[in-house]
Design a protein around this ligand. Structure first.
Ligand code: COA
Length: 183
């Protein structure tokens, strides 16, 4: 899986015109994933991993790097100056193979600029090509950014009583709402 999978666009623009470039994450990106984690604020780490994370331990880094292009997909976004901006990944559920749990992390300096939807669209294109039909998002109910993203797209979610919430997002709906892939 050394090439960009065909469905992923090479680049896309943010609403302020900033151009981002996409790449398929591979196990070779292990060091990059570790570096990205080091740049994340404590609050973003907590939102992403749902527990305080001072360090990314080796087992978690192994898991995050084990991208195989079918069970586990991950797309990275970089700026035109090759700064890493964020990462969206999904992992197919064993018991529901047409559904994959999604996680998105945007570096703090790039948050609130509309990066997540653009990146998730690229992941959705790839997911669609390998017969993943739904993303499942599990997140802290207090996560305002995720709540706003989902609500803004008319996606329902509800608290589960333990501070978490869950939402299922149809890949077809993401692709329908997205602009056509650009080179
Ligand atoms: C959640 C996350 C991926 C959103 O990415 P993003 O690129 O910043 O998302 P957007 O810029 O599209 O913002 C989405 C909405 O949330 C709002 N928002 C973003 N950050 C916010 C914050 N900290 N507090 C309140 N609202 C916020 C934005 O204003 C926007 O709302 P709008 O569409 O009504 O204007 C990003 O904040 C992140 O990486 N957080 C840390 C990790 C995490 O929580 N991951 C999700 C669980 S796996």
């Amino acid at each position: 899986m050394s090439h960009l999978p065909a469905p992923i666009a090479v680049s896309a623009g943010l609403r302020d015109g900033t151009r981002l470039f996409f790449h398929a994450i591979t196990p070779d990106d292990r060091a990059c994933i570790a570096q990205g984690f080091e740049r994340l604020s404590a609050a973003s780490r907590l939102s992403r991993f749902l527990r305080p994370m001072a360090r990314l331990d080796a087992a978690t880094l192994d898991y995050l790097s084990a991208v195989d292009g079918d069970r586990h997909l991950a797309v990275g976004a970089s700026s035109s100056s090759d700064e890493r901006v964020g990462l969206a990944r999904c992992v197919r559920l064993e018991r529901e193979p047409d559904t994959a749990e999604i996680a998105v992390t945007i570096l703090d300096a790039w948050q609130r600029r509309g990066v997540a939807p653009v990146l998730v669209t690229q992941l959705a294109r790839w997911a669609d090509a390998v017969a993943i039909r739904k993303f499942r998002a599990l997140f802290g109910y207090e996560n305002r950014a995720v709540s706003r993203l989902l609500a803004g797209n008319g996606i329902a979610f509800a608290p589960d009583g333990s501070g978490m919430a869950q939402a299922d997002i149809e890949i077809s709906a993401i692709l329908k709402a997205a602009a056509p892939a650009s080179a």
